[in-house]
Design a protein around this ligand. Structure first.
Ligand code: SDX
Length: 416
């Protein structure tokens, strides 16, 4: 029987394909001849960094595919575990392959005594949870005797370890921040459900578990975004997978990237009620403030992930008056931004706009939203690091020097 969540995803998919612009489908390339000619803008806009078969963001249509599979279909039919396998190994697993993969994930999800003690001994909860997570992943790297082995097989195994262990770390961090005892994994649950349990102390309902699973699927990979590129740059010096993921977490943390999900909830809190949206927006525009959760370097259409997350946020927010109020403010703000900037600047909600409302409805603290993004993006980071490693060349772009050509050295007592 089709569940309500599946129906919502189907309807989001229909909208994405109906409302798409009429531009012809960009031709996909099967072989790249290097060097590639491209126009490069500030922030490496338009630059081509590598060839990939992992995922494709169709920015003009608002479609997203992983290894050729539509993200709407994966959200409806797949699981985060299966999607991670797809991203890392390049194909959907057979039943046996998925069972073996899940068994490994289950084994690794339970932190060893040494890992548990080392992570719990950290001064967690004093700074931002993304800083906690970055440090905790680094500690896992110190304890893993295989960490320095940069062969593809060894880094693949580390990728599976990280996929399993990062949710457990997020669980510890969430609980320590609230002064609660951390809890170990329950491997009878899916990774998504167990992450919620390890954070909140309660196993989620079947519906919440499916919603969180969909969230993890939708955040798993997204082209050469800043944190993915960061992870790849780090590994391209033949450093190691832990260093790459630590760097990816550092990059994702910023409010222009994954940190926007937290910033959105803070914006909704600041606005306070739907009738204040117009004034808040007018003031933000006067001050030339970016509206968090809107705009994208690649999407010039509605982000397909936001298409799914919006109805899920609506569904879950109905349970809590406070969260429902945030949802109502968000819908009104979306209408305002699209009517003012949608046509002219092609500014639409991105993945970070509605995700926080979903997490808030599950009782998750606002500061933990970006760590949830990181839990999922480990799949994309590791998949792309591994793909690039197979034909590695160190990244080394140029900066154009625009300073003076020659300045005579002045002794310290002769300087102005
Ligand atoms: C993620 O790259 C990825 O794939 C990232 C991601 C992933 O899955 O990995 O999709 C996840 O990072 C989503 C984005 C989360 N960030 C935010 O929501 C923060 C708010 N958004 C913006 O700061 C911005 O839109 C970015 C950072 C997302 C994109 O930056 P760009 O490509 O450098 O665009 P820009 O800042 O140069 O803006 C272009 C124009 C400007 O107007 P003009 O100067 O040309 O007149 O669009 C305007 C901007 O002022 N604009 C916005 C806006 N975003 C862009 N105006 C108001 N509010 C906004 N949010």
């Amino acid at each position: 029987m089709t569940t309500q969540i599946e129906k919502l995803i189907q309807s989001a998919k229909e909208k994405a394909y109906e409302e798409t612009d009429s531009a012809a489908e960009p031709a996909l390339t099967s072989a790249v001849e290097w060097p590639v000619k491209c126009n490069v803008g500030l922030g490496l806009e338009g630059a081509v960094a590598c060839e990939t078969t992992i995922g494709y963001v169709n920015g003009s249509k608002g479609w997203l595919i992983y290894r050729g599979l539509d993200c709407f279909d994966l959200s409806e039919f797949s699981s985060f575990e299966e999607t991670s396998y797809l991203l890392i190994f390049g194909k959907l697993p057979s039943s046996k392959e998925l069972a073996d993969f899940n068994a490994k994930l289950a084994e690794y999800r339970i932190l060893t005594d040494e890992e548990w003690k080392a992570v719990n001994a950290l001064p967690l909860g004093k700074g931002h949870p993304m800083s906690d997570l970055r440090t905790a992943v680094s500690v896992l790297g110190l304890l893993d005797p295989t960490a320095e082995d940069t062969r593809v097989e060894a880094e693949t195994e580390v990728s599976i370890k990280l996929l399993a262990k990062v949710p457990a770390l997020a669980g510890i961090i969430a609980r320590v921040r609230k002064g609660q005892e951390p809890i170990q994994a329950d491997t009878s649950l899916s990774l998504a459900a167990d992450m919620v349990r390890m954070m909140t102390g309660n196993a989620p309902s079947e519906e919440d578990a499916k919603v969180m699973d969909v969230c993890l699927i939708l955040h798993a990979d997204h082209g050469m975004n800043a944190s993915t590129f960061t992870s790849m740059v780090v590994n391209s010096s033949m450093s190691d997978m832990y260093s790459s993921i630590v760097a990816g977490i550092g990059s994702l943390k910023g409010p222009l990237h994954g940190g926007a999900n937290e910033a959105v909830l803070k914006t909704l809190e600041e606005i306070g009620s739907p009738d204040r949206v117009d004034d808040w927006y007018a003031n933000a525009r006067t001050k030339k403030k970016k509206v968090m959760g809107f705009g994208h370097r690649v999407y010039k259409a509605y982000d397909p992930r936001a298409r799914v997350l919006q109805p899920l946020a609506e569904l879950l927010s109905k349970r809590h008056p406070e969260v429902e109020k945030y949802y109502e403010i968000a819908v009104k703000l979306e209408g305002k931004v699209i009517s003012e900037l949608g046509k002219e600047k092609k500014i639409f909600p991105n993945v970070d706009f509605y995700s926080g409302i979903v997490y808030a409805a599950m009782g998750i603290e606002t500061e933990m939203f970006t760590p949830i993004f990181a839990v999922s993006r480990v799949a994309g980071w590791t998949a792309r690091v591994l793909e690039y490693l197979k034909n590695n060349r160190i990244f080394r772009p140029r900066g154009i020097y625009v300073g003076p050509a020659y300045v005579e050295y002045a002794p310290i007592d002769k300087r102005g």
